[in-house]
Design a protein around this ligand. Structure first.
Ligand code: PLP
Length: 363
C-alpha cells in the first residue's frame, strides 16, 4: 500500500501525530533536566517508537532509555547503549534475551524484587558470558512490584554476591502519586514515597554496597522527584505525546497525538458513530475527549465504534473525520502498527510502532 499523502487519505482508525507539538514537549522536558544533578531516562513504553526515542535522546539531558519489556529493550538497543528495563524479568527465555542484549555491548539494567529473579538473571548472564546490571525494585506505595524499603539492603547484598549480576542501585516508581490532580497532595505523596526509597538507599550504602543509580518518577512527578537530592534519574514517558489524564494536571506539555476516526453513521440528529472504538483507543483512564467538534462527547466506545453525542444542529455528515484525544496514551499506541505524522492536511511521515503487542508470539 502506498503511504497516504494527505490526512483525508489515511485509512482509519489511525494515530495521527503533530511532530511540532511533540518536539516542544521533548525540548521542554530536556530543558528542565539541564539544571541539577538528576537526569532523564525517557520511558519508551509510552510511545514504542524509535523515531520519537531518537528525538528524546538528541534533545539531551538523558542517561539512556527506560523500557517495560524485553522486546522494547531489544528494539531500542539499535539506537541506545544504556537501557533500564524498569520491570521484573521472569522466565528463562526472557533472561536469556536480556543477556543477549548485554552481549551487544549495551549497559543493560533490569529491576529485581526476588531471589528467583536474581538467580534467573545471574544464570542467563553467566551462560552468555556477560554481566547484567540490576536495580533492586523498592515498593514506595503503589501495590505493584518491589520489596519494602527496609528489605532492600538484604536483596542488594544478595545481588552483590550473585555471579553474572552487578548491583547498580535502586528504583522505586511512585505510580500511586503521579496522577493526583491537586499539586500539593501529589507533592506530599511523592515526597513520602521518595523518603521510603532514599531510606533504602541509605541502608544499602551503610552496608557498603554500591548504589550509583536511584531511578524513579514519571510525567506527573518529574518536577518534584527530579529535584529531590539523591534521585539520579526520572523515568517519565507520557510527556512526549500526552493524554487527557495527564492534561488534568496542568503541566506544561501539549497534546501531540490523536486517534483519527471516520463517521460511518449519523443515525439520529444528536448522534454520530465513528469507526474508532476501543480496539483503536483504550478507555482504561476514562473515555477519550473529542477534539474540534463543538459540544460533542463520547457516549460510549464499543469494539469498532465510537458513539458520539452531538448538538442536533451539528453539520457532521457520514464520511467526515473526527479526532479522539486518548485518555491513556501508552496502551492506545500499543493498538496501532504505525503513527502518521501530519502537518495541517499533509502526511509528512509514517513511523512504525516497535515491539507492540507481544512480539514473541510472532516469532
Ligand atoms: C516503572 C514505571 N516508571 C515510570 C513510569 C512513568 O511513565 P509516565 O511518565 O508515562 O507516567 C511508569 C508508568 O506507568 C512506570 O510503570
Amino acid at each position: 500500500m502506498t503511504a497516504p499523502s494527505t490526512v483525508a487519505e489515511i485509512p482509519t482508525p489511525a494515530l495521527i501525530l503533530d511532530a511540532t507539538a511533540m518536539q516542544a514537549n521533548i525540548e521542554r522536558m530536556a530543558e528542565f533536566f539541564r539544571e541539577g544533578d538528576c537526569k532523564l531516562r525517557p520511558h519508551f513504553k509510552a510511545h514504542k517508537t524509535l523515531e520519537i526515542a531518537r528525538r528524546q535522546l538528541a534533545a539531551g539531558s538523558c542517561t539512556g532509555l527506560t523500557c517495560a519489556t524485553v522486546a522494547e529493550a531489544e528494539a531500542v538497543a539499535d539506537i541506545c547503549d544504556d537501557i533500564l528495563i524498569a520491570n521484573e524479568v521472569i522466565g528463562p527465555d526472557k533472561t536469556a534475551r536480556v543477556a543477549a542484549i548485554a552481549a551487544r555491548g549495551v549497559d543493560l539494567k533490569i529491576a529485581v524484587d526476588s531471589l528467583v529473579g536474581l538467580a534467573l538473571a545471574g544464570e542467563a548472564a553467566v551462560s552468555a558470558g556477560v554481566e547484567v546490571g540490576v536495580l533492586v525494585d523498592v515498593n514506595v506505595g503503589m501495590p505493584r512490584c518491589g520489596v519494602p524499603p527496609d528489605a532492600a539492603a538484604e536483596l542488594a547484598a544478595r545481588a552483590a554476591e550473585t555471579p553474572g549480576v552487578r548491583l547498580r542501585g535502586l528504583m522505586g516508581y511512585e505510580g500511586h502519586a503521579v496522577g493526583i490532580p491537586e499539586r500539593d497532595k501529589r507533592e506530599h505523596v511523592t515526597r513520602g514515597a521518595m523518603d521510603g526509597l532514599l531510606s533504602a538507599v541509605s541502608a544499602v550504602r551503610e552496608a557498603g554496597l554500591p548504589c550509583d543509580i536511584v531511578s524513579a518518577g514519571g510525567t506527573g512527578s518529574y518536577d518534584i522527584t527530579g529535584r529531590i537530592e539523591g534521585i539520579t534519574e526520572i523515568q517519565a514517558g507520557s510527556y512526549a505525546l500526552m493524554d487527557t489524564a495527564y492534561a488534568k494536571l496542568d503541566g506544561p506539555f501539549r497534546q501531540a497525538i490523536w486517534v483519527l476516526g471516520t463517521v460511518i453513521s449519523r443515525p439520529a440528529p444528536g448522534l454520530c458513530v465513528t469507526d474508532s472504538g476501543h480496539k483503536a483507543c483504550t478507555e482504561d483512564h476514562g473515555n477519550p475527549d473529542i477534539d474540534g467538534v463543538e459540544g460533542a462527547s463520547i457516549l460510549f466506545l464499543s469494539d469498532e465504534h465510537a458513539s458520539i453525542t452531538l448538538p442536533p444542529e451539528s453539520a457532521i455528515v457520514v464520511g467526515d473525520r473526527i479526532r479522539l484525544v486518548p485518555s491513556h496514551v501508552d496502551p492506545t499506541i500499543n493498538l496501532h502498527d504505525v503513527i502518521y505524522v501530519v502537518e495541517g492536511d499533509r502526511v509528512t511521515d509514517v513511523w512504525p510502532v516497535a515491539a507492540r503487542g507481544y512480539a514473541e508470539q510472532r516469532r
